[in-house]
Design a protein around this ligand. Structure first.
Ligand code: ADP
Length: 488
C-alpha cells in the first residue's frame, strides 16, 4: 500500500509540538508493517543547515497562487537511522525564515500562512506526480494539509496519478483550524462554489481544516475520548456539527511514543540512565535537576510541567492555586513557551519563591528530557487534550502524571482510586471537572502517597512497565488504510 504522509513538522527536522513527534515516529512503525510510506514536509530555513544528510533532487514544480506562478524544488532525506524517505518542498519566499508559523518570539501568525500552506498542499501533489508515486492513500495532518483532500476531489480528481487515491486526515488539535480571510479563496485556485457553509466557509472565513474534514474519505483523531468530545459543542470549536455529520467515518486512535528517543535506559540527555530494574539513576537525575535550577537538594517531591503556555493546558487552574501549592512541601519546575501573560506570571513566581520554583522559558529538547527524568510528578491539568504525549513520556520515566481526565489523558491515565496500585493498570492521579480546587486536592493526594515510598515505587513501576509504543496504534492505522482502500 503506497502511502504519502503529509505533515508541516517532523522530528528531528522541525518541531513546535506533539505533531512533530508523531510524524517522526509513526511512519517507522507503518513501514515495519509493510506500508510503503513516504513523508513530505516544507523545507524550513533551519533544515538546510541541519546535521542530517539532505540532497537536492532534480525535481522542480510549479504551483499557481492565484495567477502568480511559484516554483518549488524537491529535496530528499530519510528519517534518521531508517529507510523511511522524506521529501522536503523548498520555496525560499515561503519557508526560508525563522519560525514555522509565527513571527519569532511571538504568538502572532505569519501574515502569509494561508499562501504558504496553499503552496505546500498543491506543491506536495505536484511533486508526488513528478515522482510518479501514484499513492493508494494520502494521509494528511491538521489544517496545514487540510486543502489536500479538497484538491484531490476537485482540481486533481482527473489526474491519472491520483485515480485510486483515498484520503485520511488526522486532527491533532481541533483548536487550530487554519482560518483565513475569505478573499484568500482566490489564491487557492479552487472554485468559489466551494465557499459555502457545508464546505469551506466558516462564519464568513475560509477554513482549511473544515475542508479537510468534509473532503477526506476518513477522519481520525488521536484518542477515542477526544473523538467523542469533539462532536459536542463544548469541545467542537464550532465544527462539532460538521464532525457529527461525518461521525461514521471518524475514528479515535491513541498516539504512541517513540521509545528510541524517550527511553530512560539510553537517553543521552540525562545524567544517569535507569530502568525498571534499577531506579537509582532517577535519584541522580533529580539531584542534577535541582542543581541545574538552583533549587535546594532536598527530598521533597518535584512537580514538572513541560508545556506550551496556552489556555488549553489548564495554566489558569495552576495560577489560581499557586499560593496554596506553595504552602505544600514541594518544588516546581516549568519548561514552556507561549503567552506573554503566563511567561511573566511564572517568572514572577520564580522570583518570589526561589527555593521552590524554577522556570525556563525556551523551547529546549534537552531540558524536556532532564525534567521528565528528574521530576517525581508531571502536571497536565489540560482544559482539553487531544492525546497528550508528555504524560506518556512521564510514565516511561517513572514520573507520575497528575492530569485532568479529558481526551487522551482520560484514555491513558488510570487514577489510583479507580484501580488499586496492585492492579498494574493504576498509573497516576486525575480529576474530572475543570476546577482549581480539584487540581489542588489531587496534587495533595499525590503528595500524601509520595510519603509512602513502597507504594510510590510500585506506582512508578506500573507506569514504566506499560507499553505505549507506536506498534499498536500503527496496526489500527493499517486496518483503516485497508478499509478505505477496499471501498474503491
Ligand atoms: P502539544 O502537542 O499540545 O503541545 P503534547 O503533549 O502532545 O502537547 O506534545 C508536546 C511536545 O512538545 C512534547 O514532546 C513536549 O516534550 C514538547 N515540548 C513542549 N514544550 C516544550 C519546551 N518548551 N521545550 C521542549 N519541548 C517542549
Amino acid at each position: 500500500m503506497k502511502t504519502i504522509y503529509l505533515s508541516s513538522e517532523v522530528v528531528p527536522f522541525a518541531k513546535t509540538g506533539g505533531l512533530a513527534d508523531i510524524a517522526g515516529a509513526i511512519p517507522k512503525s507503518l513501514q515495519k508493517l509493510g506500508v510503503e510510506i513516504v513523508l513530505f514536509m516544507p523545507l524550513y530555513g533551519t533544515i538546510k543547515e541541519c546535521q542530517y544528510p539532505i540532497t537536492k533532487t532534480d525535481i522542480q514544480f510549479e504551483v499557481k497562487i492565484g495567477d502568480k506562478p511559484k516554483t518549488g524544488y524537491v529535496y530528499k532525506g530519510f528519517l534518521p537511522d531508517t529507510q523511511v524517505p522524506i521529501y522536503f518542498l523548498d520555496n525560499e519566499q515561503y519557508f526560508a525564515r525563522k519560525g514555522l508559523y509565527n513571527y519569532p518570539g511571538t504568538i502572532k501568525d505569519f501574515d502569509d500562512n494561508s499562501e504558504r500552506f496553499i503552496f505546500f498542499a498543491q506543491g506536495a501533489l505536484e511533486a508526488i506526480e513528478k515522482l510518479k508515486i501514484c499513492p493508494d492513500i494520502v494521509h494528511c495532518n491538521d489544517w496545514q494539509t487540510g486543502l489536500v483532500p479538497v484538491y484531490l476531489k476537485t482540481n486533481y480528481a482527473r489526474k491519472a496519478c491520483f485515480k485510486k487515491t483515498k484520503t485520511i486526515i488526522t486532527i491533532h488539535n481541533l483548536a487550530y483550524q487554519g482560518l483565513f480571510w475569505h478573499w484568500d479563496m482566490n489564491m487557492t485556485g479552487l472554485d468559489w462554489s466551494l465557499f459555502n457553509w457545508k464546505q469551506l466557509e466558516f462564519y464568513g472565513k475560509l477554513n482549511f481544516l473544515k475542508g479537510g474534514i468534509v473532503f477526506s474519505d476518513l477522519i481520525t483523531t488521536v484518542s477515542k475520548t477526544y473523538a467523542e468530545e469533539i462532536q459536542t459543542p463544548e469541545y467542537g470549536e464550532g465544527l462539532d456539527g460538521v464532525l457529527r455529520e461525518r461521525a461514521k467515518d471518524l475514528y479515535g486512535i491513541i498516539n504512541g511514543i517513540d521509545y528510541s528517543i524517550w527511553n530512560t535506559e539510553t537517553d543521552k540527555f540525562i545524567i544517569a540512565n535507569y530502568g525498571l530494574k534499577n531506579l537509582n539513576g532517577k535519584q541522580l537525575c533529580k539531584r542534577a535537576l535541582q542543581r541545574k535550577y538552583k533549587l535546594p537538594e532536598r527530598d521533597c517531591p518535584i512537580i514538572g510541567m513541560i508545556t506550551r503556555l496556552t489556555d488549553q493546558k489548564g495554566l489558569d487552574l495552576v495560577v489560581n492555586k499557586f499560593m496554596d501549592l506553595m504552602k505544600v512541601d514541594l518544588q516546581f519546575v516549568l519548561l514552556g513557551t507561549g503567552d506573554q501573560r503566563y511567561q511573566e506570571l511564572f517568572q514572577n513566581y520564580a522570583k518570589t519563591y526561589p527555593a521552590k520554583v524554577a522556570v525556563k522559558l525556551t523551547f529546549d529538547e534537552r531540558s524536556a528530557h532532564e525534567i521528565e527524568a528528574g521530576s517525581d510528578m508531571l502536571l497536565m491539568p489540560s482544559r482539553f487534550e487531544p492525546c497528550g504525549l508528555n504524560q506518556l513520556y512521564s510514565l516511561r520515566y517513572g514520573t507520575i502524571p497528575i492530569v485532568r481526565s479529558t481526551g487522551g489523558l482520560a484514555d491513558t491515565i488510570t487514577d489510583v482510586r479507580t484501580d488499586p496500585i496492585s492492579s498494574s493498570r493504576a498509573n497516576g492521579f486525575s480529576f474530572k471537572e475543570y476546577d482549581s480546587d480539584l487540581l489542588l486536592a489531587t496534587v495533595v493526594r499525590a503528595m500524601d502517597l509520595f510519603k509512602n515510598k513502597k507504594q510510590w515505587t510500585n506506582l512508578m513501576k506500573n507506569g514504566m512497565a506499560q507499553d505505549w509504543s507506536w506498534e499498536r496504534s500503527a496496526r489500527e492505522y493499517v486496518a483503516l488504510y485497508k478499509k478505505v482502500v477496499d471501498t474503491r
